[in-house]
Ligand binder design. Structure first.
Ligand code: FDA
Length: 305
């Protein structure tokens, strides 16, 4: 039953008609629990609030799977506006983005031009950029583009997903670049040909790559709400004397908020992923897929409107 719900929400997350409708009608159905707001000003206010509580942030101007150049350029413009807002307000925030929204499906030339514009603005404002990892179809291209950009810029990192069979090899291949990587379990629906179907295997592989990347001496973001993974990391860093400035925990805005503050109190670096913008629908559906219990929030949200 849970798997059916998960598949249902992942299916909905890709529906273009619903995505358009959601943009038109604004944040609904309890989505504001996971999305900071629709404007950069609302996002800035939220970041200030989180920073005051000791939480670092990565901000994400929502949007994905853009298929025309004008929209891709607009997405990049909006990310630059966010970067400049971080600089102007001296926020403790990085920026995360999806390259399908920067023109990755249009051409390499478009995506590279937009990425360089973003990374130049980020450099000027001292902001670090993380390239989110999307579905398997985009994985190799994302890694190839990341490698090229990493040769030109030191303020860029990407994400590696533990559910993919290829992941251990990717961690090995990327090691020579000493990359700052965010490690996650993986949020998309993938076939058993490319990804572990069993949760236990994903969790085991996740632990394995956390250990590999940390012991390789690289900066590691452990982006998970899973207490077992958090505890595993705490023990690992203690056992191998890994300093607190070589890693950080990351969680999504609106999920396990108390635990986020708890980790700050314990002296760990904790970064919250704060999405904002009008294109909230796909992101929101993936959060529901992760935890069907969140559907209660949707129902409450629907009743309120
Ligand atoms: P898991 O799903 O096993 O959950 C463990 C426990 O955490 C649950 O039992 C529950 O208690 C709690 N929990 C998890 N999700 C919850 C929710 N939605 N609501 C309430 N409680 C919840 N993925 C990707 O493919 N590409 C990417 O670039 C990113 N980027 C990214 C950034 C950050 C900062 C985070 C935290 C996550 C991502 N992800 C991602 C998503 C990631 O791949 C994964 O889908 C989610 O983090 C859920 O997996 P967990 O590791 O949290 O564990």
């Amino acid at each position: 039953m849970e798997q059916a719900m998960r598949d249902f929400f992942l299916f909905l997350s890709k529906n273009k008609g619903l995505t358009k409708m959601a943009k038109k009608y604004g944040l609904r159905f309890g989505a504001s629990r996971f999305v900071a707001g629709e404007t950069v000003d609302l996002a800035v206010a939220k970041i200030k609030d989180l920073n005051q509580k000791g939480l670092a942030v990565t901000i994400d101007y929502l949007g994905e799977f853009v298929d025309n150049e004008r929209e891709a350029n607009e997405m990049a413009d909006n990310s630059i506006i966010a970067i400049e807002a971080i600089g102007k307000h001296s926020l403790n925030s990085q920026l995360s983005l999806k390259m399908t929204s920067m023109g990755m499906d249009i051409s390499e030339e478009v995506v590279m031009r937009n990425m360089r514009r973003i990374l130049d603005a980020a450099k000027r404002n001292n902001v670090f950029i993380t390239i989110d990892m999307e579905d398997y179809l985009h994985c190799q291209t994302t890694i190839d583009i990341f490698k090229k950009l990493r040769e030109e810029y030191d303020n860029v990192g990407t994400v590696i997903q533990a559910y993919l069979y290829r992941t251990e090899k990717d961690i090995d291949d990327l090691d020579s670049l000493h990359p700052n990587l965010r490690l996650v379990k993986g949020a998309y629906k993938e076939s058993a040909e490319v990804a572990f179907p069993e949760k236990q295997d994903v969790d085991d592989n996740y632990k394995k790559i956390i250990k590999m990347h940390l012991l390789n001496g690289n900066y590691t973001a452990i982006a998970s709400h899973d207490e077992t993974i958090i505890e595993y990391t705490k023990h690992l860093v203690k056992e191998y004397n890994i300093p607190n400035d070589q890693f950080e925990f990351q969680m999504l805005y609106g999920i396990r908020t108390e635990r986020q503050l708890g980790l700050v109190k314990e002296g760990y670096k904790m970064r919250v992923y704060v999405p904002y913008g009008t294109d909230w629908y796909g992101y929101f559906m993936r959060r529901l897929a992760e935890r069907p219990a969140n559907v209660t929030f949707v129902l409450k949200g629907m009743l309120k409107k």
